[in-house]
Design a binder for this molecule. Sequence first.
Ligand code: ADP
Ligand code: MG
Length: 224
Amino acid sequence: MIRLVNLCKRYQLGEGVVTALDNFNLQVEKGEYLSVMGPSGSGKSTLLNMLGLLDTVDSGEYWLNDLCMSTLSEEGLAAERNRQIGFVFQAYHLIERMNARENVELPLILTGIPSAQRQKKVDELLDRLGLLDRADHKPHQLSGGQRQRIAIARAVIRRPSLLLADEPTGNLDSHSGTAVIELLEELNAEGITLLIVTHDPAIGERAKRCLRMCDGRLVSDRGG
Ligand code: ADP
Ligand code: MG
């Protein structure tokens, strides 16, 4: 499903250059569950941003479902991102003036699905995730764990094939963190390919396959 060939990404930083991804190679099959660990600055977020088509690489190839991403136009990339990829961030990135239901509905508005059908889809998903009773709450009226679970609902409402989570429990206490991880694992069990970046070894070890990065390189790949 994913094939990365010699991916390189550098950032200019003042006088110097930082190599965030250094000839990174990886293959992931559909439905896999991976964690990505490694010290701060080792390139984990850069990797996830590349996989999520939020940023482009300097060189190398990213194949997603047999399509080479570097051959696509801006519109082509946006279409792939919207159709295939869900992204969850540490800081939730919900829209504060919208309630939970409206936040989850947002990705569907771009699809042209009629309003009544959108509402039905959103409520079904919120119900399944045990969040329907929070649908009318604004983000500031929700706990961190509830916000993250709403952000996950928003990430999967279009049924992407790939779900990327960058330190999704980083702002949560361990109880809410576990609930968030269990939700991600439930979605993986339904077939979505899942990559979680985490600092927490207990979370990292739950994944069937654990990647470890250092200085922009893959230094270990356990269970792959
Ligand atoms: P991690 O998520 O593992 O902490 P990152 O992928 O965020 O690591 O960063 C990898 C390296 O790239 C770090 O040295 C970081 O400072 C650098 N970096 C990341 N994003 C940028 C950017 N937008 N501009 C300059 N340097 C960056
Ligand atoms: Mg990071």
